[in-house]
Ligand binder design. Structure first.
Ligand SMILES: C[S@@+](CC[C@H](N)C(=O)[O-])C[C@H]1O[C@@H](n2cnc3c(N)ncnc32)[C@H](O)[C@@H]1O
Ligand SMILES: Nc1c(NC[C@H](O)[C@H](O)[C@H](O)CO)[nH]c(=O)[nH]c1=O
Ligand SMILES: N[C@@H](Cc1ccc(O)cc1)C(=O)O
Ligand code: SF4
Length: 464
């Protein structure tokens, strides 16, 4: 049976790609580094609103301008980090239509008999996973999770939420931990557990921060401060999707809106945390929405200065409700991916780094994008659930040797970096084997594929 909430989607958007600019004028503006307007960005990302489809010759001019800008802003180095992904739980009732990571939370309740593929880790289990990965030399833990109904910031928050539930308030998306087979602990306990031995903990998206303050009048800043005290070091600017509400209303009606996302990010930065920003594109949105999104990010960065990198995430469509219900028939094309990276580089004149995410693009395209405006090539990651569950094919792990080979093959210097880009080490390609050196236990030993706890199950070479 078709889900009526999916078939009734309103894709008749108010915002459509429009520009009163000429492509040549905007290209000249982009080349000289003048700040671009939304109309300018639309002209570039569409290769001219006066023509249908992508004009290949014009596209090359946009990519070339972005590649030059990248060289001016950050030089030729290509950076990456040694990181581990630890998703704490897949339990989530928010119901985003682009997501196949989540499992509806009732399946995690005690008494639910049927088998399911979801998981929840206790704080002790999270600590164990991080502790083991430290021995491989990682120095960043990236942790994003489903919004488990039993998650609360701390014990005080549990008390508030329990009362809310007694009042019959169903909007709180809360059920006490006793109702579940596995208790995820509180957010504070998870942060504390994952920040082992000075590892950099990158966690708590704006959506998760909202969940950690639901039902209270706490500010985002105070919530992020408490998480920071427990060990959090920076926050991922995911949950951004497309920062235009008419698109959010279609693909993630259960999520916080654009203003709330911005408020959460400001709160994180006011609490002293660095952040990243993302865009998840290539589904129902149009080019106008993509550039309006860039403007929201640029304005936020003008006010805060705390965004270290911008990460375009190309929609992985295969196993998602949007694709399965025929709302979209695929993801972004290669042209769209290239132009997204290039226009992000040209439009975001106040964000230094643009990431090419191999988990979304694979090795071959990921490398190409490093010549279209991107300068960062993500991280080793060790385990990737979100893209994999959506049907992504590009594996879960890259070793330092693979990184150095790939980056050297495009004639660029490979550089190991810390999450905040403040520490960097240029790697001599001839001096292998290569391994991380910036971590608490990183002594330069290679991160052997066989040594990884999921060893053998990844498919890092599937794309080449
Ligand atoms: C899966 S959520 C986990 C954290 C948290 N539940 C949240 O939404 O912020 C993290 C991000 O993964 C990205 N994501 C989810 N499904 C995806 C897909 N099919 N393709 C590309 N990115 C996806 C979205 O940008 C989303 O914000
Ligand atoms: N740290 C980065 C990740 N981490 C993986 C994500 O948490 C996630 O599994 C997936 O990407 C969701 O869309 N992914 C990146 O693309 N870039 C990172 O820097
Ligand atoms: N969307 C991803 C990817 C990502 C993670 C962390 C980042 O800082 C940037 C991008 C996430 O789940 O969070
Ligand atoms: S994107 Fe995040 S909030 Fe949305 S359904 Fe997936 S896990 Fe839940």
């Amino acid at each position: 049976m078709t889900d009526p909430s999916v078939t009734d989607l309103d894709l008749d958007f108010d915002h459509v790609p429009e520009s009163d600019q000429s492509f040549e004028n905007v290209l000249e503006k982009a080349r000289t580094g003048e700040r671009l307007t939304v109309a300018d960005g639309v002209e570039l990302i569409t290769t001219g609103t006066d023509r249908e489809g992508i004009d290949q010759r014009r596209k090359e001019l946009v990519l070339e301008a972005a590649d030059r800008r990248r060289a001016e802003v950050v030089g030729d180095e290509v950076t990456f980090v040694a990181n581990l992904n630890n998703n704490v739980t897949t339990a989530c009732n928010v119901g985003c239509l682009f997501c196949n990571f989540k499992d509806t939370a009732h399946q995690f309740e005690t008494g639910y008999e049927a088998e399911h593929a979801g998981f929840t880790k206790t704080p002790d289990e999270s600590r164990q996973i991080v502790t083991e990965a430290l021995d491989f030399g990682i120095y960043e833990v990236c942790s994003v999770s489903g919004l488990h109904p039993a998650f609360a910031l701390n014990e005080e928050h549990h008390e508030i939420l329990r009362t809310g539930v007694d009042d019959g308030d169903r909007d709180l998306n809360y059920k006490p931990p006793e109702q579940y087979t596995t208790d995820p602990g509180t957010y504070v306990e998870q942060m504390d557990a994952m920040s082992v031995d000075g590892v950099h903990l990158h966690s708590m998206t704006p959506e998760e921060a909202y969940h950690a303050k639901r039902g209270t009048d706490w500010s985002y800043e105070s919530v992020y401060r408490e998480l920071r005290e427990a060990g959090l070091a920076s926050a991922p600017g995911t949950a951004a999707e497309i920062l235009v509400d008419e698109v959010r209303d279609v693909i993630c009606p259960g999520k916080i809106d654009t203003n709330d996302w911005v408020e959460a990010m400001e709160g994180a930065m006011a609490a002293g945390l660095d952040t990243t920003a993302t865009i998840m594109y290539g589904h129902v949105e149009n080019e106008m929405h993509r550039v309006m999104h860039l403007k929201v990010v640029r304005d936020l960065q003008d006010r805060t200065g705390g965004i270290t990198e911008f990460v375009p995430l190309s929609f992985i469509h295969q196993n998602t409700p949007l694709f399965e219900h025929g709302v979209v028939d695929g993801g972004a094309s290669d042209d769209e991916d290239e132009l997204m990276i290039a226009v992000a580089r040209l439009f975001l004149d106040n964000v230094d780094h643009v990431q090419s995410s191999w988990v979304k693009y694979g090795n071959a395209k990921g490398l190409k994008l490093l010549n279209c405006g991107a300068d960062d090539f993500m991280g080793t990651i060790l385990s990737e659930e979100i893209t994999k569950r959506a049907g992504g094919q590009y594996g879960e792990y890259r070793t330092f040797d693979e990184y150095v080979d790939m980056i050297s093959a495009i004639g660029r210097p490979a550089v190991e970096r810390s999450t905040d880009y403040r520490q960097r080490r240029r790697i001599d390609p001839d001096d292998g084997p290569h391994g991380p050196t910036l971590g608490p236990r990183a002594d330069g030993s290679p991160m052997l594929r066989t040594g990884h706890r999921d060893g053998g199950s990844d498919s890092a070479h599937a794309d080449d």
